[in-house]
Design a protein around this ligand. Structure first.
Ligand code: 8YV
Length: 323
């Protein structure tokens, strides 16, 4: 039987590409640039499986087809708000993602951001590299203590829980949780966490707020001007979820007028383009979507995609099917 034809839209770790090529008839995108919607649409007429990433916007233009040939979109990443599931479902295409394997590394990065913004690490590094450091002084780049403070977690899924573990067991932080559905008491108990009923209730209670909810329509601008206003003036906002969850214009306004202590973002609305207003604030730490960027996580994500594909083409239900 012919091997299924598989398109990988970006370059992946070498070990994963090698394994994929052993099992499937693989086409790599050697240019390693995001596919244009028309190229994606053409690929949907040719490949049995497409392996997209967050840089593939799979919506109306890419899916304007009567009967696509592609039967599975096996996403490389846990978040899939870049895929318009309603349209994909109209074509009966299966979508899978890669949960679990990147949770620890993404939580590690959220903790990195939290520490960087509280301890002004980005400002310090910029100053030093610019040759502007004049030496130690008691009032130089004084930040905020992290240990023992209150952390609010928005979205208590796998990554949110890993973040809570780090913050509670490593830094003695008090954990408050906002989650759409009730979290099991035994799960909350692992970090002595308390769930609050609404996001509005959570915002003013926290020294730090870290976002771990999905992106996409329902959560677009979940953190808007009104909710930023509910934060304490010395509190920090951390985002390793999706850029669209924060109204970035409202955030830059809040930073400009000192109505919050600072923010640290790994993801941006419309990335890699960055709202220029954001760059005006020194109290904002920005990283280029590094959440899962470790050798270990990126390989594990790839092998998880392979597992999903093997199941699918063997006629089994892929373990990470999301639709
Ligand atoms: C991925 C992520 O690397 O998994 C996710 O949802 O945000 C990233 O860590 C990226 O999305 C690749 O598709």
């Amino acid at each position: 039987m012919a091997k299924p034809r598989v398109l990988v839209t970006r370059r992946w770790p070498a070990a994963v590409e090698a394994r994929l090529s052993e099992i499937f008839d693989v086409q790599l995108n050697l240019a390693d640039k995001p596919l244009a919607p028309e190229d994606f649409r053409a690929a949907m007429q040719e490949y049995d499986a497409i392996l997209p990433t967050v840089t593939d916007k799979i919506g109306a233009p890419a899916l304007e087809l009567d009967r696509p040939h592609t039967r599975i979109l096996a996403n490389y990443g846990v978040g899939y708000s870049h895929i318009d599931l309603n349209r994909v479902n109209e074509h009966g295409i299966v979508v899978t993602n890669t949960p679990d394997v990147l949770s620890e590394c993404t939580a590690d990065l959220a903790m990195t951001l939290l520490l960087m913004v509280a301890r002004r690490a980005g400002e310090g590094e910029r100053e030093l590299r610019a040759g502007l450091w004049t030496g130690w002084r008691p009032t130089h780049l004084v930040g905020t203590k992290v240990s023992g403070k209150t952390l609010g977690i928005v979205g208590y899924g796998r990554i949110g829980q890993e973040m809570a573990r780090r913050a509670h067991h490593g830094f003695g932080m008090t954990i408050l949780v906002y989650n759409r559905s009730p979290v099991a008491p035994e799960v909350l108990a692992q970090c002595n966490a308390a769930q609050v009923d609404s996001l509005d209730e959570l915002m003013p209670l926290c020294d730090f707020i870290s976002l771990h909810c999905p992106g996409g329509g329902a959560n677009r601008h979940l953190i808007d001007a009104r909710r930023l206003d509910l934060m304490r003036p010395d509190a920090f906002l951390i985002n390793t979820a999706r850029g669209e969850v924060i109204d970035e214009a409202a955030l830059s306004h809040a930073l400009w007028f000192d109505s919050i202590g600072g923010a640290a973002l790994d993801v941006f609305d419309g990335e890699p383009n960055i709202n220029p207003q954001l760059k005006n604030s020194d109290r904002l730490v920005m990283l280029p979507h590094l959440g899962s960027a470790t050798r270990e996580a990126r390989e594990a994500m790839g092998f998880r995609v392979i597992e999903n594909l093997e199941d699918f083409f063997a006629g089994r239900e892929p373990r990470d099917r999301v639709n």
